[in-house]
Design a protein around this ligand. Structure first.
Ligand code: UDX
Length: 423
């Protein structure tokens, strides 16, 4: 029975801890946030993640999972210690390793001889050496094992990975860590630490590039009268393009893409390479938020000063409660800069937010509004009663930034409807 310690009980840590317990290991998960630990132990998870609540409850009850606030006790008997700590974007775009360094320095003296310390969080290229230095131990190993979990499907993604990536400078450590994943039957890519760390950043940066490409393509489609949905359908049959991740939207957001793309640009710069392509990917993403606002202004007659605009969806994508780097909030900010009053509805958002009024149903958001923007692709927006929506709005304008709605149904209710990249 492997004894695993996971440090950090956030999106990545709690998912990793619960899934390793599910795979038959004995897991201790520790987090410095006492409130977070208390709520997890009482069954109230601080994050929305399909299936996580059940897994945590099951393994807390069986004793295969323990959640604590004491890092030192948690690491002392562990064969593997997974660091699932925040590495937020620093002031210059580089990932901030403060927390990782602090934790590594504090646990170093308490690790079992032969323990394997695993960088699970996305850490800058070269971090395995940084952690090794902070641990001040010659008799433990440091390995990179980046996560590829999407919010909203993290459990599925952990248990059904496209691949497991292990970056180790010590073969025995790589073999030991691989044994934790063998049951999953996925390809295991074993390489050195720097290469594994680069795989993670390159994967996210490529996905962001693909999205900025399709968002730019949507703008072109509007100019040439093409339908981006058909264009991407025709493209996607080529396996070199692939049909996933080709839906235009209000821009990509979340806790990973913006941070990881900025970090890769910064690391490239530090290494003497100007990653101009990625800078273009970011520029197109920033522009996409503005393009959505321009559509609203144009469709309501050129001026939204003093008028109300509704946002349907505030989270960065559907099936999560995460507002971090959400395009919806950036769009709200741009609308407010033009003098609009913004009301937003999202099924998972109930607290107030700066610069907009959060309401608890999609119809209230539209009361007296001159336009409504679909910013997050929550399924419930497909079934809205547009006759009822129209009856409460000052103007019947819909800007569908996710091409989620059926245009003919919306137009039949007297609305001006505009999606992105479609007629
Ligand atoms: C991402 C990576 O997918 C995951 O592998 C990594 O470990 C963490 O970062 P996540 O940020 O949870 O996961 O969200 P993801 O589903 O990848 O979407 C990222 C952004 O792209 C969201 O804003 C989403 O709305 C947008 N998106 C995604 C599109 O605009 N169109 C698409 O077709 C897909």
């Amino acid at each position: 029975m492997n004894r695993i310690c996971v440090i950090g009980a956030g999106y990545v840590g709690l998912t990793t801890a619960a899934c390793f317990a599910h795979l038959g290991n004995n897991v201790i998960c520790s987090d410095v946030n006492e409130d977070r630990v208390r709520s997890i132990n009482s069954g109230e998870l601080p994050i929305v993640e399909e299936g996580l609540e059940d897994l945590v409850a099951r393994y807390l009850a069986s004793g295969d999972l323990v959640v604590t606030t004491d890092n030192i006790v948690a690491v002392s008997q562990a064969d593997f210690v997974f660091l699932c700590l925040p590495t937020p974007e620093g002031p210059n775009g580089r990932a901030d390793m403060t927390r990782v360094n602090e934790v590594a320095s504090s646990i170093g003296p308490h690790l079992k001889v032969g323990a394997v310390v695993v960088n699970k969080s996305t850490v800058p290229i070269g971090s395995a050496n940084v952690v090794r230095q902070a641990l001040q131990r010659q008799d433990v190993q440091v390995v990179s094992n980046p996560e590829f979990l999407r919010e909203g499907t993290a459990i599925h993604d952990f248990l059904n990975p496209d691949r497991v990536v292990i970056g180790a400078d010590d073969e025995e450590a790589a073999i030991r860590l691989s044994s934790l994943y063998v049951k999953l039957g996925a390809p295991i890519v074993v390489t050195d630490a720097a290469t594994a760390e680069t795989i993670k950043y390159a994967s996210n940066a490529f996905l962001a590039t693909k999205l900025s490409f399709v968002n730019a393509l949507a703008t072109l489609c509007e100019s040439v009268g093409a339908d981006v949905r058909q264009v991407t359908l025709g493209m996607g049959y080529d396996p070199r393009v692939g049909s996933s991740f080709l839906k235009p939207g209000p821009g990509w957001g979340g806790s990973c893409f913006p941070k990881d793309v900025a970090a890769l640009i910064g690391m490239a710069e530090d290494a003497g390479y100007d990653f101009a392509l990625l800078k273009g990917v970011v520029a197109i993403n920033d522009l996409q938020h503005r393009r959505i606002v321009e559509k609203v202004v144009r469709l309501v007659g050129g001026d939204i000063n003093g008028k109300k605009v509704a946002l349907w969806g505030l989270t960065f994508k559907a099936n999560t409660d995460d507002l971090r780097e959400s395009p919806a909030l950036k769009i709200a900010e741009l609308l407010a800069e033009l003098g609009a009053q913004v009301a937003g509805y999202d099924p998972t958002v109930h607290n107030g937010l700066e610069g907009l009024t959060v309401v608890d149903d999609p119809y209230s958001a539209c009361q007296d509004a001159v336009a409504v923007v679909v910013t997050t692709e929550w399924d419930e927006f497909r079934w809205i009663d547009f006759d009822k929506v129209g009856s409460v709005m000052q103007r019947r304008v819909v800007v569908d930034a996710r091409n989620l709605l059926d245009a003919s149904t919306v137009r039949k209710n007297g609305f001006t409807y505009e999606g992105i990249g479609i007629r």
